[in-house]
Design a protein around this ligand. Structure first.
Ligand SMILES: *[C@@H]1O[C@H](CO)[C@@H](O)[C@H](O)[C@H]1NC(C)=O
Ligand SMILES: *[C@@H]1O[C@H](CO)[C@@H](O)[C@H](O)[C@H]1NC(C)=O
Ligand SMILES: *[C@@H]1O[C@H](CO)[C@@H](O)[C@H](O)[C@H]1NC(C)=O
Ligand SMILES: *[C@@H]1O[C@H](CO)[C@@H](O)[C@H](O)[C@H]1NC(C)=O
Ligand SMILES: *[C@@H]1O[C@H](CO)[C@@H](O)[C@H](O)[C@H]1NC(C)=O
Ligand SMILES: *[C@@H]1O[C@H](CO)[C@@H](O)[C@H](O)[C@H]1NC(C)=O
Ligand SMILES: *[C@@H]1O[C@H](CO)[C@@H](O)[C@H](O)[C@H]1NC(C)=O
Ligand SMILES: *[C@@H]1O[C@H](CO)[C@@H](O)[C@H](O)[C@H]1NC(C)=O
Length: 616
């Protein structure tokens, strides 16, 4: 019996040997568990895996760890490219790293250099503690020590494996926020590997056991007030009112409240802050960015840009919305009702009309003076004017001379055409709010010497036309409104913010933006560098985006999407002729009726007596 078993074992070992490269020794449960996890979660999606072997100072590689390494390389080498390290590398070499560590001290020899690029990547560590620990307390202490080192690398996605003397492999993860909201970690036994299989389904031991609850811990939120992104209903300098989070609203405000609900943290709203962008204003301004760097603020909202100069000091989440940055200026809209009458023709045409009218009067006057000797200038001027207005002639009889009649007909035709053209154009000019032409491009703004009121110097606007200010967009809009079009002031703003201002001041605001947009702003939330919140927020923001929930906030607050900001006043669609169908129909009937009446009257005059009686 025993012999048969040994034979079977040898046979199975041979079969395994045929499938895989020759192995040194049998696979320990620790390796088997690690391979299971790699098979499940890493090799399907990844092409590279880094393996880092770490040994405490003064120790040397023991036989067991060497064997583990060989087995893993032999097993995984087919499905992924492997990079192995026997000394701690400078950077984290891949997104997925497998550590073979014999003690916590060995792990603490690691020191990664997180450059800017690396701080935005998410890493996953699978850590095999290769040395058997004699007691539970010792094991937990080592694991806790390793976890702390991982947290110092801002890595949450960690699975720790350790094998008990009984051959059972324990799988641990850790959570960051405990009840007291200090940054302490608590180890969590996720799964056991026993008799060749895990006890739980694989969802329970994914790397992605991300932060899903901050257990009601407080998180400080700084905000830059910029409607419609952040709006505060109430007195924002009153700490009591700031504690009532329902008062915070707007696109960013609603989003952060939703995130707080999802991740279960409590928002502690700071006082509204200033951006303090330009260092050229020497006023010792201390703003949002300082609040994030010096004070305990973890989140900054208020239409923060994904491409801003300050972004390198922070971690930015994925972009949740885009809005165009535009130049805003004042535009006088309506001319007066009387001035509108002059609009259909340009100044040149009016001048030509007046000059030719005067010429006609002069010609008639000189002609009459030569022929009769007593001309009446006023009467003739009146006659020309009334003809131009389309009124009947006051002449008692038409000239009998054929050539004169041709001139006369041409003159009448000209007047008719002129009148019709004017009427048509007048109709059009009343159809739209007539606006004076305004710059459509940034270069035109510069050429027209518009002064830019801005919080910082911009690359694309000359410095000698820029006035720096600390004023927020609202004050700048007020300022432009106040100075009107002749002030020749402009400022940059997000289109959403301008639309919101126009909506709030719909009866007085004359702000509009020039047609050329500066660029599309990617709106993000700023977090502290190396924060553990980043990847959790990113994932959730992407989900909220694709679920249309952020779109819903946008619909609620960003009116620029739906409002026509009378930016293109000259694009008026032509009136389709079909509209006049009914009119043509009626006038055709009237014309037909009057034609019949005319014919009948003609007949009645010449022959038909009873008709004449009838008409009389
Ligand atoms: C881990 O333990 C070693 C020695 O026991 C200690 O020097 C080190 O500071 C510990 N690391 C952490 C992160 O607690
Ligand atoms: C962290 O938690 C452990 C127990 O889980 C506790 O012993 C330790 O004092 C805590 N550390 C801090 C700084 O609160
Ligand atoms: C594993 O096997 C041992 C011995 O064969 C048995 O006692 C134990 O109950 C098994 N454990 C599980 C979880 O199946
Ligand atoms: C807002 O609150 C602050 C602090 O409580 C107070 O000093 C200020 O007068 C309040 N402003 C208004 C407009 O009520
Ligand atoms: C930081 O907080 C302290 C006290 O909480 C406050 O006095 C200081 O003004 C804050 N600094 C900034 C930049 O907000
Ligand atoms: C703009 O300013 C420059 C320099 O002061 C001047 O030469 C130019 O004529 C100005 N242009 C307009 C349109 O006022
Ligand atoms: C601004 O500076 C540019 C070049 O330095 C110059 O051409 C332009 O005339 C200046 N404009 C004004 C308004 O001073
Ligand atoms: C900034 O705002 C203040 C008060 O609202 C105003 O007096 C000042 O003129 C503004 N400055 C600029 C450059 O707009």
């Amino acid at each position: 019996m025993l012999q048969q078993l040994a034979f079977l074992l040898a046979l199975s070992a041979l079969a395994l040997g045929a499938l895989h490269p020759p192995e040194t020794g049998h696979m320990t449960p620790l390796v088997a568990a690690a391979l299971d996890i790699l098979d499940e979660q890493v090799s399907p999606s990844q092409s590279t895996l880094a393996i880092i072997e770490l040994i405490g100072k003064g120790e040397h590689r023991d036989h067991e760890q060497e064997e583990l390494m060989t087995t893993i390389i032999a097993e995984v080498g087919d499905s992924m490219a492997l990079r192995t390290f026997q000394a701690p590398p400078q950077d984290v070499p891949a997104n997925y790293v497998l550590f073979l560590v014999n003690s916590a001290e060995a792990f603490s020899t690691l020191s990664f250099d997180f450059t800017e690029m690396h701080s935005t990547r998410e890493y996953n560590f699978l850590i095999l503690l290769t040395r058997r620990m004699s007691s539970r307390a010792e094991r937990l202490q080592a694991l806790r020590n390793i976890s702390r080192t991982c947290v110092s690398f801002h890595t949450l996605n960690v699975i720790l494996l350790t094998q008990k003397n009984s051959g059972v492999v324990l799988t641990y993860g850790y959570r960051i926020y405990n009840q007291n909201c200090d940054l302490n970690l608590s180890l969590e036994l996720i799964d056991r590997y026993e008799n060749g299989s895990f006890q739980q389904g694989h969802q329970d031991r994914t790397f992605d056991r991300v932060l899903n609850s901050l257990a009601g811990c407080p998180v400080r939120v700084s905000w830059y007030p910029l409607p419609p992104f952040t709006i505060f209903k109430g007195n924002e300098s009153d700490p009591e009112e700031r504690a009532q989070t329902w008062r915070l609203t707007g696109i960013d405000g609603e989003l952060i409240k939703l995130l707080a609900e999802i991740f279960r943290f409590r928002i502690i709203l700071e006082e509204p802050c200033d951006k303090c962008l330009s260092r050229d204003i020497k006023d010792g301004c201390s703003g949002c960015f300082d609040q994030m760097i010096n004070n305990d603020s973890s989140i900054l909202i208020g239409a923060m840009s994904g491409s801003h100069q300050h972004r390198s000091q922070f971690a930015a989440t994925a972009s949740y919305y885009q809005s165009s940055l535009v130049f805003v200026m004042h535009m006088d809209t309506q001319l007066g009702a009387v001035a509108q009458l002059a609009v259909p023709f340009s100044a040149g045409v009016w001048l030509a009309l007046v000059v030719s009218g005067v010429l006609v009067v002069l010609v008639i006057w000189t002609w009459l003076r030569i022929s009769t000797g007593h001309p009446d200038v006023a009467a003739h001027a009146l006659q020309v004017l009334t003809t131009l207005m389309g009124n009947p002639l006051v002449a008692r009889s038409l000239p009998t001379n054929g050539r004169m009649r041709v001139f006369y007909a041409a003159w009448l035709l000209l007047v008719l055409v002129l009148r019709v053209v004017y009427q048509g154009k007048l109709y059009d000019s009343f159809r739209l709010p007539y606006t004076q032409p305004m710059p459509g491009q940034i270069s035109e703004l510069i050429a027209a010497n518009y002064t830019l009121i801005s919080q910082e110097y911009l690359d694309f606007y000359p410095r000698n036309l820029t006035v720096l200010t600390r004023n927020g967009s609202r004050d700048r809009f007020d300022n432009i409104q106040e100075h009107g079009q002749d002030g020749r002031l402009t400022t940059t703003s997000l289109i959403a913010s301008m639309s919101y201002y126009n909506l709030m001041h719909w009866s007085t605001s004359r702000l509009t933006h020039i047609r050329e947009h500066i660029f599309l702003y990617q709106l993000v939330i700023y977090l502290r560098r190396h924060t553990l919140l980043k990847f959790a927020f990113d994932r959730k923001i992407k989900q909220l985006l694709s679920a249309g929930i952020i779109g819903y906030f946008v619909r609620e607050f960003d009116s620029s999407l739906f409002q026509d900001t009378n930016i293109e006043p000259h694009e008026v669609s032509p009136i389709p002729l079909e509209i006049y169908c009914g009119l043509y129909y009626i006038s055709a009937i009237l014309l037909g009726a009057s034609g019949i009446a005319f014919v009948l009257e003609l007949l009645s005059v010449q022959r038909v007596n009873w008709l004449r009686r009838y008409f009389e």
